[in-house]
Design a protein around this ligand. Structure first.
Ligand SMILES: C[S@@+](CC[C@H](N)C(=O)[O-])C[C@H]1O[C@@H](n2cnc3c(N)ncnc32)[C@H](O)[C@@H]1O
Length: 159
């Protein structure tokens, strides 16, 4: 991950749809980003806060990124915004991407990790990212780096 996302050096990171908080912890503890994980599910936030209570400075917050008030976040801008396996569940993706852009510092990075739909089978296809959704995510971005990790695909969108 350090290879793709660089060392945080105390810069801020936001993990959207943090779930159990494992990625947020990694960014905070190993890469040195001052990280906040947010999730719209109270159970996820409670679990993450409980599991990572030993990590100083790592925050978890209940917030629906698609509809919530972004002023509730602890910072107004982030050097790194991650969204692992959560982008698919966002209804209004253009609005979501606009909100992400607003929160990025100049030179900031967005890291979206998803399962491509064409690598899934049966009912699982529904949770995968379609080609159209990939285009929507990447079109118009100045720089897009794609890392193909077999089952997962990672997009790093630089501002
Ligand atoms: C499949 S889980 C992935 C969790 C974690 N990112 C991981 O990689 O293990 C998707 C998470 O995104 C959260 N989520 C979905 N829509 C969201 C939104 N609009 N705002 C914040 N969290 C959201 C869900 O509650 C869920 O915890």
């Amino acid at each position: 991950m350090a290879k793709y996302l660089g060392i945080g050096g105390g810069r801020t990171a936001l993990d959207i749809g943090c779930g159990d908080g494992a990625l947020a912890r990694y960014l905070h503890e190993h890469l040195g980003y001052r990280t906040t994980g947010i999730d719209c599910a109270p159970t996820a936030v409670a679990l993450a806060a409980d599991q990572h209570a030993d990590v100083e400075g790592l925050r978890f917050q209940l917030l629906d990124f698609a509809t919530g008030d972004l002023h509730e976040l602890p910072c107004s801008s982030y050097a790194l915004i991650t969204c692992r396996l959560a982008y698919k569940f966002i209804g209004d993706k253009p609005r979501f991407l606009d909100r992400v852009r607003h929160l990025l510092t100049p030179g900031g990075m967005v890291w979206v990790v998803a399962e491509p739909a064409d690598r899934l089978e049966g009912a699982a296809i529904a949770r995968g990212l379609t080609r159209t959704e990939v285009e929507e995510l990447t079109t118009g971005r100045p720089t897009v780096h794609v890392e193909d990790l077999d089952r997962l695909i990672c997009f790093r969108l630089d501002s």
